[in-house]
Write a new protein. Sequence first.
Length: 281
Amino acid sequence: MKRIARNRNRSRGHARLLRRAARDWHAPRGWRSIEELQRRGSFSMLARLASLADSPNARHRAVALSVAAQLMRRVDGEWTPFAEDETQRLLLQGLSDPHPDVVRAAVAGLGHRPHGASVDALLRLATHRDERMRWQVAVALGSYEEPEAIAGLIALSTDPSDEVRDWATFGLGTLRMDDTPEIRAALRRNLDDIDEDVRGEALVGLARRHDEGIVERLMARLTPDCHLYELDAAVALADPRLLAPLQTLEALARERGVRDDYWWEELRAAMAACGAAGSDF
């Protein structure tokens, strides 16, 4: 009989899990403890987190905010956010903490539980010397509707860090559907980025905005070595001019014996989208 690993964290008390989360803050075991605590939304847990958020120990404060960021409880069989207003207040308080680990935890939390009052602080942190902080800001800003958040993502899309540019470009191109000249200019600029993920996110973002200026560039990228970005962009554009290159790609991929099932699924979706578009003419 196949044995199924038991989640031992479920049987552990709050205090033990919090201690483990603090002790193993940068290790997977610590984050597994945090994930378990996040599913224990209650007023007693909220009170414990509020107390820890005022602890003189920075790691305790960081753990408290990390749990608060996604504190949930089951309601009618569904996981739902618990105490959003109260946890947002804890996260906003964490933005002014003197320790960077606590601030990063607050920024991450405000990506899960956005609050308009945090936007100015997030934008200031977008120029932080630590690229981990800037990356966390790029992730968080993708959840904000405020116009200032777009400006922040545009700025971060030119960051020296590949990962920061990647997330900022993803935030601009995919997480948002705003369509302004400034957003398109930022995405077009990143079509030639040195990082392939940044280039891919820029391509998809422009395709989602039906920017016909990328059709020829996309045709050139439809080779058997292409990534899912190109296929996703073809689906989004649904341009009949792409059907022939996609059919050629299909034949070449069969010759090469490409075995990635998901890649084939996306290729078929792209061909269907572009073929259907052609039938409308």
